[in-house]
Design a binder for this molecule. Structure first.
Ligand SMILES: Cc1ncc(COP(=O)(O)O)c(C=O)c1O
Length: 401
């Protein structure tokens, strides 16, 4: 067996099979490139599902982490530490909001958003105890915890994990009539991805998000935007909501906030919403730790320049122009997305998304399939135009074959 095959066999023997990774074993990475344990180089066109927006081994982020490692890494929230206030202030400023509640993973931040909306509903809106409802969309992906999968419509993610958490209404994504019909006086929030990533990079119909914004405002309902995958530069703006001129009541952030170095997530909102918490009501040992804050502060500083958003826009326009040319040629049924983010529906006779991903891997390009016949492209925002073009050429070659 090769070194690679041995490593994969060993991983399969000793880890739960909750993923079906491509058969590549990465040993190091830099920028948009990864190197496997046998020295082969691959172009990363997935970027850790947008956790690596700033690329692998980004010097600024690694230096910030190293400097913090030598000072203090963890205090727990039992004490204050000297990076916390800056992190909260600067993240709130980036979001044009007032308060931050830091967590670690995306799913935890979504759980936090759910708890916050419920508490706000009881304490501020006056919903009777235990009656709060949150409206979500079909085909959503918000994480893997028990409550979060309770409002998933994906059987693979849900089956065998019940009993499920009640309190959620599911309406079709993009359907305003259904959303209006689902709203009652006990609705405390609408939770949406402004672009549905896992569903295949689904962009809602133009006008949908602004009308949800209007409807939620009229009905005294919080609009929660899960920008864990869509936010922090990916779509060519800091937040995907900006494309539609929408400001939600609450952002849920994760992935790229930790710069691909450490898990950092957060709920960001107004004082009227996050101000509902009192000591002891919510928390996390690691949430807002000094190392996380130091890395995230650097991420925020990088986003403040607008440089990465601009890059995502320019390269994204190019990406979509090139991908658009593939539609109608027989191999690609549809392409969706915004900025450096695309979902490509492969015509079924050309193979499944998995088969296309494997063929691309053989050509040293790494992407990931979703929902049978779709592949997702989300390279690090630092990718060069030449590398992006080379990756696209490999895709064309695979589709030609
Ligand atoms: C929109 C969205 N929300 C939440 C999550 C969950 O994040 P995590 O895997 O960090 O728990 C993801 C992960 O893909 C996501 O795309």
């Amino acid at each position: 067996m090769s070194t690679r095959e041995t490593a994969i066999a060993s991983a399969e023997a000793h880890s739960a099979h909750n993923y079906h990774p491509l058969p590549v074993v990465v040993a190091s990475a830099e920028g948009a490139w990864m190197t496997d344990i046998e020295g082969r180089r691959y172009l990363d066109m997935l970027a850790g599902y947008s956790a690596l927006n700033f690329g692998h081994g980004n010097r600024r982020l690694i230096d910030a982490a190293k400097a913090q490692l030598d000072r203090v890494t963890l205090t727990s929230r039992a004490f204050h530490h000297d990076r916390f206030a800056d992190f909260c202030t600067q993240l709130a400023e980036l979001c044009d909001m007032e308060m931050v509640l830091p967590m670690n993973t995306g799913a935890e931040a979504v759980e936090t958003a759910v708890k916050t909306a419920r508490k706000w509903g009881y304490r501020v809106k006056g919903v009777p105890d235990g009656m709060a409802k949150i409206i979500v969309a079909s085909n959503n992906f918000h994480g893997r915890t028990t409550t979060v999968i309770s409002f998933s419509t994906d059987q693979e993610a849900r089956a065998d994990f019940g009993p499920y958490t009640p309190g959620f209404e599911i309406v079709p994504y993009g359907d305003l009539t259904a959303m209006r019909a689902a709203m009652t006086e006990n609705t405390v929030a609408v939770l949406l991805e402004p672009i549905q990533g896992e569903a295949g990079v689904l962009v809602p119909p133009s006008g949908y998000l602004p009308q949800v914004r209007e409807m939620t405002r009229e009905r005294d309902v919080l609009f929660i935007a899960d920008e864990i995958q869509s936010g922090l530069g990916r779509t060519g703006r800091t937040f995907a909501c900006e494309h539609e001129g929408v400001v939600p009541d609450m952002y849920v952030l994760g992935k790229a906030l930790g710069g691909g170095v450490v898990p950092v997530s957060a709920v960001v909102s107004s004082a009227a919403v996050l101000g509902v918490y009192r000591p002891g009501e919510h928390g996390s040992t690691f949430g807002g730790n000094p190392l996380a804050c130091a890395v995230a502060l650097e991420v925020i500083a990088m986003l403040r320049t607008g440089e990465y958003q601009q890059r995502a826009k320019e390269l994204g326009d190019h990406l979509h122009q090139e991908l658009g040319l593939l539609v109608g040629g027989g191999a690609v049924d549809a392409v969706r997305g915004r900025g450096l983010w695309a979902g490509i529906d492969i015509a079924p006779r050309h193979g499944t998304g998995r088969e296309i991903s494997e063929k691309l891997m053989d050509r040293r390009v790494l992407v990931k399939d979703t929902h049978g016949s779709t592949i997702r492209i989300a390279p690090p925002l630092v990718i060069s135009k030449e590398d992006l073009d080379w990756g696209l050429e490999q895709l064309r070659e695979v589709l030609r074959g």
